[in-house]
Design a binder for this molecule. Structure first.
Ligand code: IPE
Length: 257
């Protein structure tokens, strides 16, 4: 069984509010179906979440009632994106079931405190494909918090039977500096000791690549193979799901794994 996160940068155009990349989404869901593998699917928010979450300073928690409008709008918008993902999965022949984080998690000081992984397990046993996504959730101390898809990937990686966690992004993997900078080198492998240049521009409220590396290492600690691949290149997700080699970055707990 595999955990997949379709990054918001692959299924949406991050620079333009609420813009779906329909072609990429439908191709990726077809690749998942074609692999024949059992998966839990997580997706990011992209331009359905980050733009307004940043404007409403939602990541910092409650500051004033003016933020409630942003909270409600972001929750509504990420659900709209989730509906597009559900439609694409159904079209590909899969049987998705949507599990919004705001209904199954409670945060405390920006950290996931309560989570109900059993729901994912039971739907999987039933034969369906659980789907969850980046959302705004309750936080006991801060009022509310952002639950990113990366948090969900870590939380689910301790479930029994997870072989791989695949982060599907819009670049080939993790680079030693921002990928568009001259001389940027793709890191084939990252371990806790690798020297990673994380001075990348991080405009995202959830911290972009740096967070991905941190969560990737947490997942690898559970002896799950972590791969970061490019979802804009046709066929890579399907191959990765089948365990075949593809260009990308592997995150390992130690280089002897
Ligand atoms: C962010 O989720 C959720 C919100 C901003 C509401 P992610 O952090 O998983 O989304 P992407 O993949 O970066 O777009």
């Amino acid at each position: 069984m595999h955990l997949i996160k379709l990054g918001g940068s692959v299924i949406t155009d991050k620079s333009s509010e609420k813009t779906l990349r329909k072609g990429a989404l439908y191709r990726l869901t077809k690749e998942i179906a074609a692999s024949g593998e059992k998966v839990i699917l997580i997706h990011g928010a992209g331009s359905f979440g980050h733009i307004l979450a940043k404007e409403g300073k939602l990541n910092g928690g409650f500051q004033g009632e003016w933020q409630f409008e942003y909270f409600s709008k972001v929750q509504k918008d990420v659900r709209e994106l989730n509906l597009y993902v559900l439609s694409a999965l159904l079209d590909a022949g899969l049987r998705p079931v949507s599990l919004p984080p705001s209904m199954i998690t409670i945060y405390k000081n920006g950290v996931m405190e309560h989570f109900v992984p059993d729901i994912f397990e039971l739907y999987l046993e039933l034969g369906m494909t659980p789907v969850s996504f980046g959302d705004v959730v309750l936080d006991k101390e801060k009022g509310f918090a952002i639950c990113s898809g990366d948090h969900l990937m870590s939380a689910l990686s301790s479930l029994k039977g997870i072989e791989t966690a695949i982060f599907v992004t819009d670049v080939d993997g993790i680079y030693d500096r921002p990928p568009d900078e001259k001389g940027a080198k793709l890191m084939k492998e990252i371990t806790p000791n690798s020297e990673i240049a994380t001075k990348m521009l991080n405009e995202d409220v959830t911290g972009g690549m740096k967070e991905k590396i941190r969560h990737g290492l947490l997942i690898a600690e559970n002896r799950v193979r972590v791969r970061v691949i490019n979802g804009l290149v046709e066929g890579r997700l399907e191959k990765a799901l089948k365990g075949e080699p593809v260009a990308g970055t592997e995150i390992r707990w130690s280089s002897h794994d």
